[in-house]
Design a protein around this ligand. Sequence first.
Ligand code: RP5
Length: 301
Amino acid sequence: MSVSLAAIRRIILYINFFILFASVGNFHDYDSPRKSIHFRCRAKVYPFLVERLEVSDERVRWDYPWPNYRPPLFTASSTLGQPWADPDLESFKPQWNCQDGLINRKSYVGLYTVQEGYPLNVIGRTGLRGRGVLGRWGPNHAADSCVTRWKTDENKALVVNPHSRKPILQLITIQKRSGEWGIPGGMVHPGESVVTAGKREFFEEVLAYEPNSLGVLHEFFSDGVEIYKGYVDDPRNTDNAWVETIAIHYHDSEQLFDSITLMAGDDACNVAWTDVDRHMELYSGHPKFLREMTSRLNAHF
Ligand code: RP5
């Protein structure tokens, strides 16, 4: 049996992500927004076993003086020459902070600084320079689709949490190949709208492009509510490249999903309805969306 170089590279990448996520753990402090927005992207180990320079909470902000700050530089060779990735900045001069042809290089957070030709992370230091494993310098725009339903018992009655006395929401989650669970989503393609990207990723990862579900869900997906727009505490972020997203909430109040079989596809290896509460462990900055969706519907959290 022969194994291709690409397959070996892929396996190494998954192992690296597994080590990364195991070392990061699931930190989300709902009572300390400042910490929870820029925590995972300071985890020591980065894919390919690159190590970040340690950045303490008070040193995150760029205006905190740190004259000798010179973190390691890393841009994964696996991203070089890919159609979804920017070229090296030596020869490539993108239009920062604006719509650059089909690529949106604006940040939802505000204007970011460009220093010596490199965009600076709009939140602050991460302990790593370069583009890491991300495709774009500056903001990498993503879209996330949060699909929920009420949890019901065998008689179709709402299941209520005995402590909060509020009904329990269930959310469609996918398991990434790294082992972590998250909300279906992915990067916005050049020229694509965020809403279209969110739907496309959902159909790829949750319904494995099942064509019959498209018709049933067409109207459902025209009725979403934006619950988050901004920076994501993604473990892949660096000082010069970071993820931002728009998360859209779709609630299935008409039990449309009762007739739909979930089937993991694309980069998801499992898909499931999961009960929502504040202890839920989710990939990247996704725990942030849980509070919004539960408070919108006055559900248990
Ligand atoms: C997360 O990474 C975003 O919220 C989005 O879900 C995801 C996009 O990255 P890929 O899944 O496309 O790698 O930070």
